[in-house]
Design a protein around this ligand. Structure first.
Ligand code: AMP
Length: 193
């Protein structure tokens, strides 16, 4: 079972990915996390990635495709994987389909956690007002700027899956358990707690 999880920051991707890891043994793969680890370790890719990431640009598609190809071949992905942050361009999406096809694999579900931008900002603001906790990235301006980055960097991949009828929408404003249940239904699994 291989999944692509899409959605703006704050939509609950991380929470849902963790749930899928725990229940079904899937492995979450975040290309952003992988690149940050390469930067921290000072590897050749990390050295190239640092400046590109600081400029808010994309790494070249061939580098990203190779990185994903190596990652999904690891034993911890044997039960399947959840991609987060990849693909981000149509060329990456095509390369992904092609590489999986060669191995007799495929993406089983492309799931978009839908969240209306205004509701998201409101939800975060009301959480802050209610319990008095404020995370550094909770203020409306930061939320808006992260959403702007999402619109520029991730949303452009949506039409690739939409036009092929592969994109499944889940209402990300529902509770964590309800979103989990909807995802289960989409991937044909039932959680046994
Ligand atoms: P993220 O944490 O997913 O927002 O990724 C952080 C940064 O890593 C992005 O702004 C890009 O510079 C780079 N990056 C992550 N994933 C990709 C990708 N699939 N293709 C190109 N660059 C990427």
């Amino acid at each position: 079972m291989n999944i692509i999880l899409l959605g703006p920051p704050g939509a609950g991707k991380g929470t849902q990915a963790k749930r899928l890891e725990q229940l079904y043994g899937l492995k979450q793969i975040s290309t952003g996390d992988m690149l940050r680890a390469e930067v921290a370790a000072g590897t050749p890719i990390g050295q190239e990635a640092k400046a590109i990431m600081e400029r808010g640009e994309f790494l070249p598609d061939p580098i990203m495709v190779k990185m994903i190809q190596g990652r999904i071949a690891q034993p911890d992905c044997a039960q399947g994987f959840i991609l987060d942050g990849f693909p981000r361009t149509e060329s990456q999406a095509e390369a992904l389909d092609a590489m999986l096809g060669t191995d007799g694999l495929k993406i089983d579900a492309v799931i978009l956690l839908d969240v209306a931008e205004d509701q998201l900002v409101e939800r975060i603001a009301s959480r802050t007002a209610e319990d008095g906790t404020r995370r550094p990235d909770d203020n409306p301006e930061v939320v808006r700027s992260r959403l702007d980055i999402y619109r520029r960097q991730t949303a452009p991949i949506l039409p690739y899956y939409e036009k092929a009828g592969r994109l499944k929408h889940v209402d990300g404003m529902l509770g964590v358990d309800e979103v989990g249940a909807e995802i289960d239904a989409l991937i044909g699994k039932t959680a046994k707690n």
